[in-house]
Ligand binder design. Structure first.
Ligand SMILES: *Cc1c(COP(=O)(O)O)cnc(C)c1O
Length: 396
């Protein structure tokens, strides 16, 4: 047998974290890394947040799991808080981002089927989107590398260019159910949708009775400096998928919808064994407490701006390496002149700074939202040292 016990679908690196302290990870061999990846936008309170730990410990000792066949005061509380602070009227809890997007896709289809329009099942989605790894969510993305080996895809998705409103409008037909879009593409390369694009999609949706479905799995939960990124655009979606940061590291996602958009989601329409379990709800409530209590949103905005302006200055010193700074709040991207992976590895292996590579030649910076001056200074020390001793890979 030559296959590893762990199915080899991830190209895992040598770093083997076993402990986390605030914004640092400590590996098996004791090396300390500054974590500007945060589990890919997940550990938004860092790694040892006492409020989050305490909430999970206490709930674990009280009640970990019950079936959704029973009433859930824990889910009702978190759902009410999400409804009160967003566009939504109703919430379905999931265990992951892909499941939240799946629930969003089903909600959009069911809206039209409940309205007597079963032919309207197609979602218009966008070039370089990432929505997860289930069959429906890979089908929603035009990235061939995620399709290889898994065809046939699920029908009902039509891809057009990201941030191209005219292309989106031209793609609308009698089968269109709505748009599914990330306000800022994460895995696609921290590509920020223009205000004209998202507002235009909202107007098209209103004009044609289509649903605007936002995938805020990465942009959500204060990452960009507002609770959800749509707030920057002055629009509201009909349906929204959230996950990653919402559990602060505990698996949790949710599909949020308006009452109107959820009209097809009636008794028996959808379900999940684990979705909304009390342990996940405790984590979600603790994350929302932290965001509310610490005035974290204002800090994310000011630290995001500080990081961004220092990055813009910094890249001017290395025009052969970097092209542009992108993003919003603490979801930032450094667009590079070449492939970002070798530099990401250099940062990690030589300078103990963790970042995430993304599409469109972009290095993602997704620090915990609780970073302060000290972590920003440490970040620039490590980044400067790395840029100074980096040798560009030989052209192949
Ligand atoms: C990570 C991500 C997903 C998938 O989330 P999982 O929890 O990995 O299933 C979906 N959409 C976006 C925008 C993401 O960043």
């Amino acid at each position: 047998m030559s296959i590893s016990p762990l199915m080899p679908v991830y190209p895992r690196c040598e770093v083997r974290p076993v402990r986390g302290e605030h914004c640092h990870l400590i590996s098996e061999d004791g090396t300390r890394y500054l974590d500007f990846a945060a589990g890919i936008a997940v550990n938004l309170l860092g790694h040892s947040h006492l409020g989050l730990i305490g909430a999970i410990q206490q709930q674990a000792a009280t009640l970990m799991h019950v079936s959704n066949l029973y009433g859930s005061p824990q889910q009702e509380r978190l759902a009410r808080r999400l409804v009160e602070s967003t566009f939504a009227d109703t919430v379905f809890f999931t265990n992951s981002g892909a499941e939240a997007v799946e629930a969003a896709i089903k909600t959009a289809r069911a809206y039209h089927q409940a309205g007597g329009d079963p032919q309207r099942f197609e979602l218009i989605t966008f070039d370089q989107a990432f929505h997860g790894r289930t069959m429906a969510t890979i089908s929603a993305s035009n990235q061939d590398k995620m399709h290889k080996g898994f065809v046939p895809l699920l029908p009902g998705f039509r891809y057009v260019e990201f941030d191209d409103l005219a292309a989106a409008e031209a793609a609308i037909g009698p089968q269109t159910a709505g748009f599914l879009v990330e306000p800022i593409q994460g895995e696609g390369g921290v590509r920020v949708a223009s205000p004209a694009f998202l507002r235009g999609l909202r107007e098209l949706a209103d004009a044609h009775d289509l649903l605007l479905v936002l995938d805020e799995v990465q942009t959500g939960v204060a990452r960009t400096g507002t609770l959800y990124a749509y707030e920057h655009y002055g629009i509201e979606p009909d349906i929204l998928a959230t996950a990653k940061g919402i559990g602060g590291g505990f698996p949790l996602g949710a599909c949020l919808a308006t009452e109107k958009a959820a009209r097809g989601m009636t008794f028996g329409a959808h379900g999940s064994t684990y979705g909304g379990n009390p342990l996940a709800m405790a984590a979600g409530n603790a994350v929302l407490d932290a965001i509310a209590d610490d005035d974290l949103l204002a800090e994310v905005r000011s630290n995001g701006e500080r990081l961004r302006s220092r990055l813009e200055q910094f890249i001017g010193n290395y025009p052969e390496l970097f092209e542009e700074v992108r993003g919003l709040g603490l979801m930032l991207g450094l667009r590079m002149k070449g492939e970002p992976r070798p530099f990401m590895q250099h940062l990690r292996d030589r300078h103990q700074l963790l970042t995430v590579a993304a599409g469109d030649r972009t290095l993602r910076l997704l620090p915990p939202l609780v970073i302060g001056e000290a972590e920003i200074d440490e970040f620039f020390e490590r980044l400067s040292a790395a840029a100074a001793d980096y040798r560009l890979p030989e052209p192949a």
